[in-house]
Design a protein around this ligand. Structure first.
Ligand code: ADP
Ligand code: ZN
Length: 661
């Protein structure tokens, strides 16, 4: 199984070489290269003559670098998510292990894993609600492997995790603690470090290659129990000592890897890993995914609730503002309604802090010609480019293509106007309407480095910033004492996505934004500006009514045949030539239609039909949950291979996505 190559291959172990163990690295010849691979199985077959298959060249190590439990998980991911085990391996192993000169038995002595040296402090004692939750979780685990902890924002779920983790570590077991985006967890890391000191290992995309392989190596060779905190890819670390997996904010879409393969969902994978290890899983969130809550209600998962905020604080009061009326009466300051401006001023006068939420970065959504209506699109993608001020540019948020903005229309020469607004424009407006306030912005553009992110968070926490503007980054589990008001500038933008999850996502996002307000002291407030005050979702949002949202959503899902009532698999076909991808798609659609009947959709053109110069078509399969999904996948794979051999589909790339998000 050579690194970065998609498959398993057979090699002979020369007589003079030691017999390798499963999981060891080997240097093997492949095509005209020499590559590092991992031993997936060892068989004794004396009948194969020397020369028939090629020889292993070298065993660089004296120990396996992949545990049996990891290989088992890789195989499951490859089967379930319809990719090759080589693709899983490429995602799973740190890059350094490709290097034959790197020796895992020695490691890199210069790399320090942990900057922490302070002596740990004891966890906080739990309050009554937390104690009850902890006991319930433990008793649920006697009957089920997976428990959902449904606790409202600021109910103190983290402290419950801390106690559960401590139990495991004391018993000599490791814990895997998954979070959606580790870069956004400075506060959590600090908290866990205070309690667990050097037992804490933090693994994420921003650690260096050298640190990454060193973390991997230490988990492989050292016997001490560890708390491994990481984003979804931490699931690939050597985890055979893990007996508890926590998936915090389990509803977060970023647990699903989109590109490249393996397109795995870390929550589902965690549940499988736990099953393979005989470990327990705790899913935690204030806003469960519809799938998870369905499983909790039907008894597949245990369900434990924490309905109160810590110290019995009230959930924020939510006020809606009708933008239609505001614009009609011209009671707007830029994108701020009169009443919102007034409330922000009041809070600032009281010395409180404010968070403004807008889920779009950049200055404006797009530029448009005032005469001919032309909207500049990315040359390589079928999307309008986003206008950014700093630096002055048009940026494609799909491929990153950047160019100078047009001051006049490239088609007719008339003037261009900006449409829509992002965080950057809000920042301008805040400076204009609240000149006395100290403002900063938290989004992908302002936090290119971990340090920049941390710096903004620290300054806001120290009250050196009065108003923080942000994208969904500001919703992620942050805790600030003095935030009394949060505002959503345009709640509708979230709703108008062509996706069966858009109501669920909108509710989750709004509830999480609201959750940042009033976390200490007095009740906080969230102000929602919307053009559509009558939309049914706002009833649930205003009342913090997750149950109501769930009931409405699960009914829709059942009626229209969506997960969790069926499994979805999408096949995306891509090619530079639109006619070819269309033809290939039609051929595949006919074949699959003959096999799967109405389970296979018609050939679809995705909303964004071209990205990076590749045209796309899609087929969507809905497979009953009672059907033999493995068999269905094998049929699909067969048809994909057949199509790849068809000259009419030459060069068309087909990408399967199982449980797409
Ligand atoms: P959640 O994760 O449920 O949103 P947190 O775990 O962040 O909530 O808790 C909210 C706040 O309450 C945090 O500031 C936390 O430090 C505090 N808190 C929670 N439980 C305790 C406890 N047992 N003792 C002291 N402080 C606590
Ligand atoms: Zn583009």
């Amino acid at each position: 199984m050579p690194l970065a190559i998609a498959d398993t291959y057979t090699y002979r172990v020369p007589d003079e070489m030691l017999r390798p163990e499963i999981g060891m690295r080997v240097l093997v010849p492949l095509a005209r290269k020499q590559l590092i691979g991992i031993v997936a199985s060892v068989e004794t077959n004396t009948e194969i003559e020397a020369g028939k298959i090629r020889d292993v060249l070298l065993l660089p190590d004296i120990m396996p670098v992949v545990q049996a439990s990891q290989l088992r998980l890789w195989r499951w991911i490859a089967d379930y998510y319809m990719c090759s085990i080589g693709e899983v391996m490429a995602a799973a192993l740190p890059a350094k292990l490709h290097d034959v000169h790197y020796s895992p038995s020695e490691g890199c002595r210069r790399v320090r894993l942990s900057e922490y040296t302070s002596s740990p402090i004891a966890p906080n004692p739990l309050d009554e609600q937390q104690l009850r939750a902890m006991q319930q979780i433990q008793s649920e685990w006697h009957e089920r492997d997976v428990v959902l902890l449904h606790g409202v924002t600021s109910s103190g779920k983290t402290e419950v995790y801390v106690h559960l983790i401590q139990e495991q570590l004391i018993a000599g077991y490791s814990v895997l603690y998954l979070v959606p985006e580790i870069a956004l967890t400075t506060q959590l890391t600090d908290r866990l470090q205070a309690v667990f000191g050097n037992q804490l290992v933090v693994y994420h995309s921003r650690v260096t290659d050298a640190q990454r392989v060193e973390i991997y190596r230490q988990l492989l060779v050292t016997p001490e129990p560890r708390l491994i905190l990481g984003a979804r890819s931490a699931i690939f670390l050597p985890t055979d000592k893990v007996q508890l997996i926590i998936v915090d904010e389990e509803h977060e879409p970023s647990y699903k890897q989109q590109d490249p393969a393996p397109r795995y969902h870390a929550r589902s994978t965690a549940i499988m890993l736990a099953y393979q290890l005989g470990a327990k899983v705790l899913l935690g969130t204030a806003t469960p995914s519809v799938e998870t809550y369905h499983n909790a209600l039907n008894g597949k998962y245990g369900l434990v609730r924490m309905p109160q905020r810590y110290k019995n604080l009230l959930l924020p009061r939510i006020t809606m503002i009708d933008l239609q009326r505001q614009y009609h009466r011209r009671e707007m300051y830029g994108h701020f309604s009169d009443p919102l401006v007034e409330r922000i001023r009041e809070e600032l006068t009281k010395g409180k802090q404010v968070i403004l939420f807008q889920n779009r970065r950049g200055y404006a959504a797009y530029l448009q010609c005032t005469e001919c209506g032309h909207v500049p699109h990315c040359p390589d993608c079928d999307v309008p480019m986003t206008y950014h001020r700093m630096p002055d540019s048009l940026v494609c948020h799909y491929c990153g293509h950047t160019q100078l903005p047009f001051t006049v229309c490239p088609q007719c020469g008339a003037t261009m106007r900006v449409h829509g607004f992002g965080t950057e424009r809000l920042e301008d407006e805040v400076e204009q309407y609240f000149p006395e306030a100290r403002v900063d912005r938290l989004d992908l553009d302002s936090t290119r480095t971990q340090r920049a992110y941390q710096n903004i968070i620290n300054r806001f926490a120290n009250h050196e910033i009065d108003i923080l503007i942000g994208t969904q980054m500001v919703t992620k589990g942050l805790h600030f004492n003095d935030v009394s008001l949060v505002a959503v500038l345009n709640a509708d933008g979230l709703l108008n996505q062509p996706d069966f999850r858009s109501y669920e996502r909108t509710f989750q996002m709004l509830e999480q934004v609201a959750g940042r307000a009033g976390r200490t002291g007095q009740q906080g407030e969230m102000i929602l500006q919307t053009f559509d005050t009558k939309h049914t979702i706002y009833e649930h949002v205003l009342a913090h009514d997750y149950e109501g949202l769930f009931a409405a959503q699960i009914a829709e899902r059942e009626k229209f045949n969506y997960p969790p009532f069926v499994r979805l698999i999408t096949l995306t076909l891509r090619h530079r030539d639109e006619t070819r991808v269309e033809t290939a798609g039609q051929i595949l659609q006919q074949r699959l239609g003959a096999i799967f009947g109405s389970r296979c959709s018609a050939l679809l053109t995705p909303g964004i039909s071209r990205v990076k110069n590749l045209f796309a078509r899609q087929l969507q399969l809905r497979i009953e949950t009672t059907a033999n999904i493995a068999y269905a996948k094998s049929l699909l794979l067969r048809e994909m291979h057949l199509l790849e051999g068809n000259p009419a589909a030459k060069g068309v790339v087909i990408t399967p996505d199982v449980d797409p998000m």
